[in-house]
Every structure is written in structure tokens, then in C-alpha cells.
Design a protein around this ligand. Sequence first.
Ligand code: FRU
Length: 467
Amino acid sequence: MDSLQDAIDSVNKAKKIASECIYRPKYHFLAPANWMNDPNGPIFYKGEYHLFYQHNPYDDNWGHIHWGHAKSKDLVHWKHLPIALVPSTKSGEEHCFSGSCVNNDGIPSILYTSIGPNKRPETGAEQWLALSEDDMMSWRKYSSNPIMTLKIHGNLDVREWRDPYVWREDDHWYMVLGGHIHNSEKGVVLLYKSSDLIHWTYLNPLCEGKNVDKKTRRNWECPNFFPLGNKYILIVSPHNKVVYSVGSYENYKFTPEEWNYLDHGYVFYAPMTMLDSKKRRLMWAWIRDGGEGGWNGCLTLPRVLTLGADNKLRFKPAPELQILRKECTHMEDIILSEEVSNLFNNIQTNSLEILLELEFIDAKSFKLQFFQPDENKKVDTIGIDIKKGKFWAGKEKGKIDFLNHEKRFLLHIFIDRSVIEVFLNYRECLTSRMYYSSETAKNLIFFIAEGKIKINYLDIWKIESIW
Ligand code: FRU
């Protein structure tokens, strides 16, 4: 199980089962079959977007971690490319964990965390380099790997050391890595500097988890660190909901302000960002879980990040996605009270985009139901409760301050079979999963609690597949 050909054969075998699964998304990026998790090393190279991802070609469970690879001209339609990184089992490598891809003066270079039977993730991770000389069609591991071991920290006992995030600044390369300091119960992001991507100097901890609540400060995976507006943003994945902080960066130290959820869903994890040729900060994250076999995991739609005047992030689905819109049903200026159904008859697809602006007149909450379950079964809804300050989609939910004092809400909802992404006023995001078939997607029902709501406008588009 250690050649590229074995991996390709195994993926090809699983494709049929994967394609028959009714829960498998049609317009979210995913591996051709079998397991995937984190997005890795997104990069804009020679006019195309390239994405890599954590991939087990052998199974729909985590294991034998390779780097899958795909590219896109328009950020919407993706073409799968040959697997980029296969674990070098002969050199004691078992998994190629997450990392970055950068263009080093024309040479595409992947920096990633190498894990092996004798290099456990907790205590023995190493940072490795791989290079491509044929425009990323194939990759060669650097002959003198590792480029960094834990020894670089001297006496500092760093655990779970992984997930390089690399950028260029002032004629140097910089890298952050995540983990925690042994016995500290604090996640940490550490900062390094290099002139050639091979020789690295450890600078200092960029940031520690002491100001974050207990649940999210223990260990930090997949750090992303970048300037936005006149601030810096640090994102970390703490084995829990993903958090970010807007803060300042000086003398190689990041001073975080408030910590906020990047997305309120637990199924959203390990996001990765990049700057594209339009200078936009784009982000993808792994959406956990699969369906009935043959596949597991996909990515969020690309989100564009900007900074609001309140020093919090704003999130918009990349506008390029609009090319997928097909038939549209439009409505406007409708007052709703109590239950309203049959607004849309016979939707009969669960590949949809919904854009909805509503105003609370005197209602306390509203929810919408899209799928019709079998009789007596509890059904998942998407909704807002302004009294409780709650926002939910299926089993995932978030508490949101501004729900208590605002009246007008914009909901931008993407339903892609079992995957749901919700943008609320482009200020908060919620990723969720709901398992229903397209036969149950017939109607949109609104339930309004105690009072009235006005729908300013509502658009529903059917969305076509990206493959
Ligand atoms: C996050 C993560 C990373 C690691 C990778 C392994 O989901 O645990 O920290 O590099 O997945 O697949």
C-alpha cells in the first residue's frame, strides 16, 4: 500500500459506491472517493487555483494520509490531479499531515508535517519539504528532510507540533506551527523564519491560548496568520469549534483581542486561507462526515474574508459561485405569521441556494423547514430566535449577540444534499449536516412564533453539479 498506483487503483474502486450515495454533495469540493479531511496549501499558480487536501485513498476512514490535489480556473469547477504526496514508508513516514504550498521563485514548494511509526504526532513530528519541477504534476521530497525537528526549540517541550502555515514578508519566509507546551494546558502557535525554506530559525511563541476559554485553549492545530485591513488575524483549530482573533502584530508577537467562532458548526474544521491574484483572502474548511460509504468529508464553498468596522470578520461566499445558479423562484414583500407552507411546491432537488431577507415585525423567532420527513419523525430546521439570541441549522447552533438588537436579517443558505452552509448577515456562519433524500425536498415551510415577519425578498435557485 505504498505506491501511487496502489492509491489510484483503490480510489478508482471506491468511485462507484461513492457516486451512488444520495448524501454526497454535488457542488462542494471533495475527493474522487474515500476519505478526506483538511484543505492544504491552497495557491494561485500560473492562472489557476490549486487545492490540496488530507486524503486516505484506501478507505472512507482516516488513515494512510496522502495529499490529494485538484485545480480550477474559476474557483468553482475543479479537476482532480494525481495525488501529490504519498507517505515515504521506506524512510519511516506513515502520514503526510497538513501544511502549505508556496511559490519559491518559480519552484512550487510544499511544507508539511511528517509523521511515522517512530515519529508519533504527540512527540516526534517533523517538518518536511517537497518540490515540484513540472508545474505541480509531480512532487519530489527534498533529499535532506527533515527541515526542522523539535530540537529547534532547545529546552521548550512542544507537543503535537504540526501544520505549517507559510508566507513571504520582507524578503524572508515565515512559518507558524501549532501545538501546545507540555503540561501547560495551553495551545500555542510558534513562529519561525528562513531565507530559503530549508534552513529555519525559531523566533518565539507567536501567541498562547491563555485568554481563550478552557475548551479552546488546550492544543492548537492548523494555525493561519495573515494581515487584513490594518489588523492581523490568527485562526486556530482547537479540537473544538474553530476560533479566530483580530489583533496586532509587533516584534514577532501577536496580541489577540477577543476570540470568536469562525463558524458555529462542529462539522466545520481546519480551515485554510490564501491570498489570490485579486488580493482577496479566500478560505476553505473541512466539513466532517460522510454518507453511506465510499466517501467521507468535503470542503466548504470558498468564503471571502474581510474585516468589519467592529473588528470582526465578515464572510461572503465567493461571487464566482453564482455561475452555478439555474432556475430561480423569486418572491418579495410578503407578511408571514404562524405556519406558512406551500410557498414553493415541488422543489424536488436538494441542490439549492436560498437568499432571504426578512424583518422581524413583532415575532420572537422563525424557522424554515425544507425537507419533509417520514411521518412522526422529528425534522431538522434552520432558524433564528431573537429572544434567546440563537441561530441554528439542524443539530448545529450558535449564540449571537446582535440577534437581540437587530430586526433585519439576511440569510444566505446553501443546501447541497447533506451539506448545509448558512451565512447570517455575512457576519456569522454555520455549517451543518442534514441527511434527507431529494424526494423529501418538496416544499419550503415557514414557522413564525408569536407575531409577524416580513419577507423583503426571497430567491431560490436550483444549483448544478460542478463535476
Ligand atoms: C486537523 C488535523 C491536523 C493534522 C491532520 C491530519 O484535522 O488533525 O492537525 O495535520 O488533521 O490528518
